[in-house]
Design a binder for this molecule. Structure first.
Ligand SMILES: CC(C)(COP(=O)(O)OP(=O)(O)OC[C@H]1O[C@@H](n2cnc3c(N)ncnc32)[C@H](O)[C@@H]1OP(=O)(O)O)[C@@H](O)C(=O)NCCC(=O)NCCS
Length: 197
């Protein structure tokens, strides 16, 4: 069994914080994000410093057997409307099952621990595999905003996906069963001091 721990980035050590930057700067991650320049150390640390005061974002470092392996973030947390966006990325060496485990765990955390009613995410047009992945976890495509961002000198669109708590409650057991052989290989622990909405 592999141990997966999510720890808030603001509580991580300097080395752990900088290990996240190395992953964020991997080509396969930059390709999937809204911004794709190489992130410098100062820019990275300034972003983490801003997070300390930002009550609308919870950013977790993903540890796989103690090794920094990616990031999961809850963004635009809206306590009034009980909704949020989320996103994630993994070290290219840590993929293969871990993504599914994190998606399942984060959805449960959002609805059961944060107390949300709606979870949203956005995926750029050039990343159709991740759109398919979210659909397998019950997300519904709620719109496609065409020509919405600029990437590599081209305008590209963005898929908008959303999942309601009601849909999740209906679907989660079946999804858990579908991924049983993967999920039993991982034990997930989310280390958070969050006060629910
Ligand atoms: C998205 C990401 C976190 C998924 O993690 P992962 O460990 O590769 O995911 P898994 O291996 O658990 O895959 C889960 C499912 O999605 C599919 N999938 C995920 N990424 C895929 C890809 N790039 N190409 C094809 N299929 C993919 C898997 O085949 C699997 O399908 P299955 O359920 O039918 O078996 C990881 O690929 C990543 O960091 N990508 C770059 C950043 C990114 O795109 N983030 C999402 C932005 S919204």
């Amino acid at each position: 069994m592999q141990e997966v721990t999510l720890r808030e980035i603001v509580k991580c050590t300097f080395e752990q914080k900088t290990a996240v930057r190395d992953i964020r700067n991997q080509e396969s991650v930059r390709r999937s994000m809204y911004t794709d320049h190489m992130i410098g150390l100062e820019e990275h640390l300034a972003w983490i410093e801003r997070l300390e005061k930002d009550t609308r974002q919870i950013v977790f470092v993903v540890f796989l057997d103690g090794i920094v392996s990616g990031l999961v973030s809850v963004n635009a947390l809206d306590r009034l409307h009980k909704k949020s966006d989320w996103a994630f990325y993994l070290d290219s060496k840590a993929r293969g099952g871990l993504g599914a485990v994190l998606e399942f765990s984060l959805i449960n955390y959002a609805f059961d621990e944060i107390g949300l009613e709606k979870l949203n995410c956005e995926v750029i047009e050039t990343n159709p595999a991740v759109v398919k992945m979210h659909l397998k976890f019950g997300f519904v495509e709620e719109g496609f905003r065409r020509s919405n961002i600029e990437k590599d000198g081209k305008r590209i669109g963005v898929h908008f996906l959303g999942l309601t708590k009601d849909d999740w409650v209906i679907k989660r057991d079946e999804i858990s069963e579908n991924y049983k052989s993967i999920f039993e290989k991982f034990q997930v622990h989310i280390d958070s001091t969050l006060v629910s909405v």
